[in-house]
Design a protein around this ligand. Structure first.
Ligand code: ADP
Ligand code: MG
Length: 337
């Protein structure tokens, strides 16, 4: 069963007389219960896409279905979805419990039921006992959980999340990634999650849609996206990639452009090396060295070598011989980066 379907959806803004194709002919089917992520650089159309699903922005063209119903022209409150915004948008003058129960109050649910449900939701997001406080008395991570509880209390079929962890520091962010994933599994709700962070997308999602300039460039599982990117843009946006052209590409794969992940490139002897050249740069990443090597043909290739295997990097200018297996070479479409 499809939870969210977009068919030929576009959104064109007028930016001072010049049209901006924020979302450009997107076709997409998100399955029920999926953790689906829209991933792409800033300005690629993710938020606009999410706002159209939520009903905050009407499409210029195309059709949007939620749970099989055409909702293209329905206002937000008539769609079985709710949204968690990056800035949480809590009401500062209300208590936490009142914030969480807001949707029930609007619907005229009695106070006893509201309080009980608000407490249940606060338990669910692991924030019991804060109902009487105000938003200003909570930390950023706690406010994020409150926003989540508030969005879930109306039992939406689909939860839309626009960079919900963007304001948190790294440690808290990683903790909340796990929490969000746990909640999504526990509740079985369809999540449509927006982020520009590839690690977040890869570690949390069932499937990911990659946005580039308003278009969906590829929709796939994290492993497919990483291992078998369709285009150069996807290869370089998700993880680091060596993209080979021309001579080298043709020699190794009989194609115009191929990708090899840096962690699949190893150092070895001159004999049997796929490419050789002087070391241009060595960057230390804690767990590995990233060696950049200038190989024949004017290309610069990266090899990520575990520190356990290479405690010290060679000096810049040293000759380096790069090896990789045939299976490491993946043919891509060479779109402009
Ligand atoms: P993302 O969320 O991926 O950063 P957005 O969906 O916010 O991208 O924006 C996509 C493009 O649409 C950008 O070029 C942005 O400047 C433009 N845009 C977004 N909202 C509006 C608006 N209300 N009016 C005009 N242009 C907009
Ligand atoms: Mg955005």
């Amino acid at each position: 069963m499809t939870a969210v379907r977009l068919a030929g959806v576009s959104c064109i803004f007028d930016a001072g007389g010049k049209p901006v194709r924020a979302v450009d002919g997107v076709d997409l089917a998100i399955e029920r219960g999926e953790f689906f992520t829209l991933l792409g650089p800033s300005g690629s159309g993710k938020t606009t896409c999410l706002r159209m699903i939520g009903g905050f922005q009407l499409p210029t063209a195309g059709r949007i279905e939620i749970e099989g119903e055409d909702v293209s022209l329905r206002p937000p409150f008539q769609r079985p979805v709710n949204t968690v915004f990056q800035d949480y948008a809590l009401f500062p003058h209300m208590t936490i419990a009142e914030n969480v129960a807001y949707a029930l109050m609007v619907r005229g649910v009695d106070k006893a039921t509201r309080t009980r449900r608000a407490n249940e939701l606060l338990e669910l997001v692991r924030l019991p006992g804060v109902g009487a406080r105000r938003p200003a008395q909570l930390s950023g991570g706690q406010r994020q959980r409150v926003a989540l509880a508030r969005a879930l209390i109306g039992e939406p079929k689909v939860l839309l999340l626009d960079e919900p962890l963007g304001a948190l520091d790294l440690k808290l962010r990683e903790q909340m990634q796990g929490e969000l994933k746990r909640l999504q599994r526990q509740l079985g709700i369809t999540f449509v999650f927006v982020t520009h962070d590839q690690h977040e997308a890869l570690s949390m999602s069932d499937r990911i849609g990659i946005f580039n300039q308003g278009r969906l460039e590829q929709v796939a599982t994290p492993a497919e996206l990483y291992g078998r990117p369709r285009t150069r843009f996807v290869a370089e946006f998700v993880g680091s990639a060596n993209v080979l052209h021309g001579e080298l590409a043709r020699r190794h794969a009989g194609a115009d452009a191929v990708m090899i992940r840096p962690e699949l490139v190893t150092l070895g002897p001159p004999e049997g090396a796929r490419a050789s050249g002087p070391l241009a740069e060595a960057q230390y990443f804690g767990a590995f060295w990233r060696l950049s090597v200038d190989v024949a043909g004017g290309e610069r290739l990266m090899a990520d070598v575990p520190v356990a295997r290479l405690p010290e990097a060679p000096a810049p200018g040293s000759p380096v011989h790069l090896h990789w297996a045939d299976a490491a070479v993946h043919v891509i479409q060479d779109t402009p980066a």
